[in-house]
Design a protein around this ligand. Structure first.
Ligand SMILES: [Zn+2]
Ligand SMILES: [Zn+2]
Length: 371
């Protein structure tokens, strides 16, 4: 992605933002400039060139990784990064030699690494943008995993030309300016730079007969249906990354990713504790005191839960394997209910119970406080 051109260009100045500009500022400035300079709206012959420059600056600065690399290069160029000697060299340093050498110190090693990273791709190739969307799932689907479909209007590879940009039946031809090399050499002051060919933008080919549906760009914006496999146990607010399902790359670059943020609807009864599902279970005092077998709902059908004799309120009983599949359990919190009103029969029975049962043990309270 890094290129030798980065040495020459001040992307911050091109976008009119300071070097510590936030991503938001960069986006805002880019949108404003892109609107002003777009060749469709701006008849000024220089506008198109500036539009291209602004797009290039934005593609680097809004990509965290690319921006870090660019900043690093600029830092070294200015000498602050330990490469102060570069401008001192008088006559004709050739960057291709410098970068190809690999014998030198940190500078050429670093640059060799930066530039070789893009080497397997074509010069000027740019990764497509990441796209973002969201989906809302039912509670049970999030716990158990599901496959869902997302409909979105987004850029994708042009189906007519399969992304080549050439009219079906025709093919891109070898670029006459660089003879298919994708690079042109330019002398600027003391340096000679190999730059991506401006005619073919480094691809080595030009489209002479553009595809009518995408105008030669190889991409169209259309309604897409994307199938998303949601893993079991996904949580509210988590993001699924679908590699290569974002915007198509430019000039042979790879597509970006699609980031799907997942929302999970709350359930009126169940909740989550990591991979466990939780449930509060109302239990009567006789059930808690004498023990009982109680039917309990789960996300996949009811189970019978044994409440042991003498279960206090708040105790958590575990139903194995009824949480996130093969990871979690159902955790049932016992909630001993106290009736808010009593029938005459119930009151009479409770009075007999009170007479027969030992009183609550409050001896500790007295012992520890003397009250
Ligand atoms: Zn097309
Ligand atoms: Zn060319």
């Amino acid at each position: 992605m890094a290129s030798q051109e980065w040495l020459e260009k001040d992307f911050y100045a091109i976008l009119g933002v300071p070097q510590d500009a936030s991503k938001k500022d960069i986006e805002r400035s880019y949108r404003k400039l892109a609107r002003e300079l777009h060749p469709d709206h701006n008849p000024d012959p220089d506008a198109e060139e500036r539009f291209k420059g602004v797009s290039e600056a934005y593609s680097v600065l809004h990509d965290d990784k690319a921006r870090a690399e660019y900043d690093q290069i600029q830092l070294m160029k200015s000498g602050r990064g330990g490469f102060g000697g570069m401008h001192a060299g008088g006559g004709g340093v050739n960057f291709e030699d410098l970068f190809g050498g690999g014998s030198g110190g940190g500078f050429s090693d670093l640059f060799g690494d930066l530039f070789s990273r893009g080497g397997s791709r074509r010069a000027g190739a740019q990764r497509g943008n990441d796209l973002r969307t969201h989906v809302t799932l039912d509670f049970a689907d999030a716990v158990q995993g599901t496959t869902t479909e997302i409909r979105m209007r987004a850029p994708g590879e042009c189906e007519t030309c399969r992304g080549s940009g050439a009219r079906p039946g025709s093919a891109p031809t070898t670029c006459p300016r660089c003879n298919g090399r994708g690079l042109v050499t330019e002398n600027q002051g003391a340096f000679s730079f190999a730059q991506p060919c401006p005619d073919c933008e480094g691809t080595g080919t030009v489209v002479t007969d553009p595809c009518p549906d995408c105008g030669g760009t190889g991409a169209t914006t259309r309604d897409r249906v994307i199938t998303v496999r949601v893993p079991a146990g996904i949580g509210d607010g988590q993001t699924i990354r679908l590699a290569g399902r974002g915007s198509p790359g430019e000039r042979g670059g790879p597509a970006g990713d699609l980031l799907v943020r997942v929302g999970v609807r709350a359930h009126p009864l169940f909740a989550r504790d990591g991979d466990h599902v939780t449930l509060r279970l109302p239990v009567s005092f006789p059930e808690a005191a004498m023990g009982a077998k109680v039917k309990v709902p789960t996300l996949d059908g009811p189970v019978t839960l044994r409440i042991p004799e003498g279960t206090p309120t708040g105790r958590v009983l575990r139903v194995k394997g009824r949480g996130v599949p093969s990871k979690g359990d159902l955790l049932v919190t016992v909630d001993v209910e106290v009736p808010s009103s009593l029938t005459a029969d119930a009151r009479e029975a409770l009075e007999r119970y009170a007479a027969a049962a030992p009183a609550a043990d409050r001896s500790k309270l007295e012992q520890l406080t003397g009250q």
